[in-house]
Design a protein around this ligand. Structure first.
Ligand code: GLC
Length: 744
């Protein structure tokens, strides 16, 4: 059916439904409750039929979220989820209008809360792959496993840009660059939704957390961000623009505040920008309890009633309440008293129903076949490849790596033998820290190394973060080996529970590193964690450094593949790895950040990453010296593999606008491509820089392109061109991610 006809048909169905709905049914659709509201009790996965009836038939809730078990929410068997879905669908069927409940879940690196799901590298790692094809495949597989679980809607991707490494949700972002975040987010959405997210193996996504959530001044989750409108439009909005363009039908609102205005009360962001400029037509959902928090936390509203009115009138369409029915009750009263117009209710409910129709919920598809679509060997293979490509080899002195199989290796350290260290938060439980619940058939780093080379690998350590390895034992063990793999890093966390005051590593980890380095044995430092803790002292003395962050459930074998050369590392840092805890200058620094003593001196820069092949980049070429404004700029560069191993190489193209009416970054990533090169092979990589690659947010806070000189960079090469002063209309607010990316 042609899209236009489909849209019209849905519009008619929504309009017909709205005419039949009572006020209570309408405000119920705007309400989302946690599973526990229909659950049989704490930690129970059973539904209480009476509570289900109250929620669905009496309060007409539009959505349910989260896994069973509150307060100890945890992954459930596939069959349990399918049973839950069948019960909820049956309850909706018994209502007069039979409006289906849409079940939302956080499936941020796979179907988090379904046991044995394919759990990918976390976003910070997917960014390190610089591989939009892998992001697309992750979206495809996640959608399949969410739908096979009987769930409907994924609260993902996170399109916040991670420019504050202290922030405990840094690892949920695609790193510090807006172009990279836009490109990966867009690809993920296209994989997850396909051309029609009503398809049995597709599902709607959710852009979060709109907008400016990821840059808290003090680095703590849900604390104020002071982001001026120019920075907002330059750094934090474009990824959401890409997500809207990619067709995501829902947006989750920022739990915090920007420039003094909480996200849930920001009419300007939620209407003028999100809808007026970005053209978003889906529905917005609050984050956890955030409507009430306008009153209980932010002191913006003098009562819960005022908070409900404020949020709904600002543009929040659905409230993640999540534990009671006060939201719909208050909202209905506000409408009855004329304080909230019915037109606003109809607008919100219309959006919600439209997404439900577009999601195929009214079509009552049978549950997706689990055997063909859940935790398949093909999915595990793609996950392994993603893990391998997400790992960054940051240092490899004297080509110590890859290790010879005959070399005797000691593997030790607090994160060496933990699956939770590879996966991080939102894994089986919210905090991801229940090692006892992790699948027994998945391998930690230590287990993977021992499986690959049992006669030459010894593991020293425990299976918990609290097990402190005795320094003398470690030193004595190192003496019996040729090399030491030392795995350090962070235990998993999510949201505010991950707040810290310093990026410094815990002292016992530094002491262990110092003691092992003092043995004189070559140390291979493997860093696992959600944000870059300071490893400088150890990294500078280590023979090799691998920044693995959170490579997911296949991370152990992927690391073993890289350490023994069964895989050629190709990961590139999607963030600047700080040298010191205050070293948080981003790679796209301004000239004044590299002046008069200030400088960009990370331990490892954005885009850094080594491999086992020598890659030669040459002949960076711009097709002509002068372009008209608005004319696409053609750039080419040659990339060759001078090594003996097949390699994958991410070619990153940066642009610098030499001088403009507002200060410009020294460079910005504006295109990238990942190429495969056999030994001796050379390829010419072509880029086309569209108008939005050369534009910026001008003095008028709108996107402009100005004539003048530009530079392009790939690796150490640079080339120049100029834009002539035949100005055309300002570049439209297009997805920054569109240019130069291979798409399915
Ligand atoms: C959380 C998170 C959000 C998540 C939601 C539902 O507080 O901020 O990312 O989607 O609640 O779990």
């Amino acid at each position: 059916m042609a899209a236009k006809t489909q849209t019209t048909l849905i519009e008619q169905k929504v309009s017909n439904l709205l005419k039949q709905m009572s006020l209570e049914e309408k405000v119920g659709q705007m309400t989302q409750v946690d599973f526990s509201v229909i659950g049989a009790g704490p930690n129970s996965e059973e539904i209480d039929p009476a509570k289900l009836e109250i929620a669905v038939a009496q309060h007409h809730v539009g959505s349910i979220l989260n896994a069973p078990g509150m307060p100890d929410v945890k992954a459930r068997p596939l069959e349990t989820w399918r049973k839950i879905t069948v019960a909820i669908r049956a309850a909706s069927e018994k209502t007069q209008l039979k409006i289906p409940v849409i079940y939302g879940i956080d499936a941020i690196h796979g179907a988090t809360y379904t046991e044995n799901a394919t759990l990918f590298p976390q976003a910070i790692n997917m960014a390190a792959t610089f591989n939009t094809e892998l992001a697309y495949q992750e979206g495809e597989i996640t959608a399949r496993e969410v739908k096979a679980s009987g769930l409907d809607w994924n609260f993902y991707p996170v399109l916040d840009v991670g420019r504050q490494p202290l922030w405990p949700r840094f690892w949920e972002t695609f790193g510090e660059d807006v172009y990279l975040a836009s490109a990966l987010g867009e690809s993920y959405i296209r994989g997850h939704q396909g051309d029609n997210f009503a398809a049995p193996d597709k599902a709607p996504t959710c852009l979060k957390h709109y907008v400016g959530y990821s840059y808290p001044l003090n680095g703590k989750d849900r604390t104020p961000a002071w982001i001026g409108e120019r920075a907002l439009r330059e750094l934090f909005l474009p990824s959401f623009a890409s997500g809207v363009l990619a067709g995501s039908p829902t947006v989750m609102v920022n739990s915090s505040e920007v420039d003094g205005v909480p996200g849930h009360a920001n009419h300007y962001y939620l209407n003028d920008i999100l809808r007026g400029e970005l053209g978003f037509t889906g529905f917005t959902i609050s984050d956890w309890e955030d409507v009430n928090r306008l009153y209980t936390r932010d002191k913006l509203a003098a009562s819960q009633r005022e908070a409900v009115k404020m949020a709904v009138m600002a543009g929040v369409d659905m409230s993640m309440a999540p534990f009671d029915f006060s939201f719909p009750e208050i909202l209905a009263d506000l409408v009855k008293k004329g304080e909230v117009p019915m037109s606003r209710i109809d607008e919100a409910v219309g959006r919600i129903l439209t997404v439900k129709f577009r999601s195929g919920l009214f079509d009552k598809h049978p549950l997706l076949d689990a055997k063909q679509n859940f935790a398949t060997p093909e999915a595990a293979k793609i996950n392994r490849q993603a893990a391998i490509e997400s790992i960054v080899l940051a240092k490899n002195e004297n080509k110590l790596l890859p290790l010879a199989k005959s070399s005797r290796v000691l593997v030790t350290g607090p994160t060496a033998n933990l699956l939770s260290a590879l996966n991080g938060g939102w894994t089986i439980t919210w905090q991801g820290d229940r090692e006892d619940l992790y699948p027994a058939d998945k391998l930690t780093l230590a287990a993977a190394l021992r499986q690959k080379n049992p006669d030459h690998v010894t593991f020293l350590g425990g299976g918990s973060y609290e097990h402190l390895i005795k320094l003398d034992e470690a030193v004595n063990a190192a003496a019996q080996h040729d090399a030491v793999v030392l795995a350090l890093g962070e235990k998993p966390y999510a949201e505010t529970l991950g707040n810290i005051d310093s990026l410094q590593l815990p002292e016992h980890q530094l002491a262990l590193g110092r003691a092992l380095l003092a043995t004189g044995k070559p140390v291979i430092l493997v860093y696992l964690g959600g944000r870059p803790r300071i490893i400088t002292e150890l990294a500078e003395k280590a023979a090799a450094v691998i920044v693995a962050m959170l490579p997911g459930m296949e991370g152990g074998p992927a690391l073993a593949d890289i350490l023994y050369g069964d895989a050629n590392p190709s990961g590139r840092l999607p963030f600047s790895y700080p040298r010191a805890t205050n070293g948080i200058t981003a790679y796209d620094y301004k000239a004044m950040e590299n002046f008069d003593g200030a400088s960009y001196q990370p331990l490892y820069p954005f885009g850094h990453g080594l491999g086992y092949s020598r890659i030669v980049v040459s002949d960076l070429h711009v097709s002509k010296p002068v372009y008209a404004i608005g004319e696409p700029v053609q750039v080419s560069v040659k990339v060759g593999n001078a090594g003996e191993r097949a390699a994958k190489e991410s070619v990153l193209l940066y642009v610098n606008d030499v001088a403009a009416s507002v200060s410009r970054p020294n460079k910005q990533l504006k295109a990238f491509q990942k190429v495969e090169l056999n030994p001796g092979q050379e390829k010419t990589v072509q880029f086309t820089l569209g108008p939005d690659a050369l534009s910026f947010i001008g003095l008028n806070l709108r996107r402009v392109t100005e004539p003048g000189d530009f530079k392009v960079y790939v690796g150490d090469l640079s080339a120049g061109f100029a834009l002539a002063d035949k100005p055309k209309s300002p570049a439209p607010e297009k997805s920054a991610a569109k240019a130069n990316r291979t798409k399915k």
